[in-house]
Write a protein that binds this ligand. Structure first.
Ligand code: NAP
Length: 327
């Protein structure tokens, strides 16, 4: 690539695989070298003069960041399918293209939702703790009783890619009945699953397992609040692999403590990381993972390839491989 056509790219973290080498062959790439994300001030400093940004969900990309990059900024490529960390309207106003990395992480994230559902239902956290603490005394007929899965009802909140993949696993593998919510303009839902579309309140009242898969936006922030939790069965298990802010976490802590629901399995929290002293971490019936939904070697490598393709296309003024559009 001739020197004159090389552009300046800031990448907010090292990525697995060789995709960044491909980017570096075509452009001047600067990669944030630390394990922790850049602070807001460090981000502003590092984006200055950039034509492209490759960002993570932990980087807040607002208008101030776009302004700091300058008029040359053409593309923001998010290494995630969710893009709630990016001010899409500001990007659109400035003619900046925004990309994400859907599909390649669907199976990995659905698998993790299953892991959390099984783990929370069968009290894996408490059981494992019993072993490591030396409290395991004997085989007890009524010890650590969990919830049976087969034939029970799964409620999927948001039948998008991951919600559908989760439903397939639970309907096919555990013969579950399926309820789901969807927006009225949802183009299609896989009818082979035999699911029934219902309002959220009915889904919460009737489901034995509730799995959250909606995107985070104004309409879904605290969708699962105190009132929603109160609708759920006291035997129910709540799983969230979408975004932490979809649940009112204080209300969840109370519900788990007071027997409002049986257990929760969470890959996402507010904030991230969740401090070890947080009451949710102290709740024995909360199984919490550090946002590893897409963390398989295959998914993370493929996400890197798409994220780099998105930057390259955006700099060339072409449609991105996976482009996020304003609704
Ligand atoms: P998707 O196919 O775009 O599905 C998004 C879902 O969100 C759809 O069901 C959609 O509803 C719903 N939705 C979007 N805007 C909404 C609104 N304003 N009100 C109500 N519902 C709305 O996305 P996906 O690939 O399945 O990913 C889903 C989410 O999972 C991502 O946004 C991300 O936050 C999260 N995620 C987490 C991890 C992790 O590591 N834990 C990994 C990947 C993804 P309709 O079905 O009615 O269109």
């Amino acid at each position: 690539m001739p020197e004159s056509s090389r552009r300046q790219i800031f990448v907010t973290r090292e990525l697995p695989g060789s995709a960044l080498e491909r980017l570096g062959q075509a452009h001047d790439v600067s990669v944030w070298p630390h394990r922790s994300p850049p602070t807001a001030a460090e981000l502003l400093e590092n984006v200055a003069g950039c034509d492209g940004l490759l960002t993570l969900l932990s980087d807040g990309i607002d208008e101030e960041v776009m302004q700091a990059a300058g008029a040359g900024l053409k593309v923001i490529s998010n290494y995630a399918v969710g893009y709630n960390n990016i001010d899409l309207e500001a990007a659109s106003r400035r003619g900046i293209r925004v990309g994400n990395t859907p599909d390649v992480l669907t199976d990995a994230t659905a698998d993790l939702a299953v892991t959390l559902l099984l783990g929370a239902a069968r009290r894996v956290r408490e059981a494992s703790q019993e072993v490591s603490s030396g409290d395991w005394q004997t085989w007890e007929p009524a010890g650590l009783l969990g919830r049976e899965l087969s034939g029970r009802t799964l409620g999927v909140i948001g039948m998008g890619r991951i919600g559908t993949a989760m439903a397939k696993r639970m309907v096919g593998g555990w013969n579950m009945k399926l309820l789901y919510t969807a927006r009225s303009d949802r183009p299609k839902v896989d009818e082979s699953l035999g699911g029934r579309r219902v309002e959220l309140a009915e889904l919460l009242r009737q489901s034995d397992f509730v799995s959250i898969h909606v995107a985070l936006c104004d309409e879904t922030r605290h969708l699962i609040d105190e009132a929603a939790l109160a609708e759920m069965k006291s035997t129910a298990v709540l799983v969230n692999t979408a975004r932490g802010e979809i649940i009112d976490q204080d209300a969840l802590v109370r519900s788990l403590r007071d027997g409002g629901i049986f257990a929760a399995g969470l890959d996402v929290t507010t904030p991230e990381p969740l401090p070890p002293s947080h009451p949710l971490v102290k709740s024995p019936n909360a199984l919490i993972l550090p946002h590893i939904g897409s963390a398989t070697d295959t998914a993370r490598h493929e996400m890197a390839e798409i994220a780099v393709d998105n930057v390259l296309a955006g700099l060339n003024g072409q449609d991105l491989r996976c482009e996020v559009n304003l609704a």
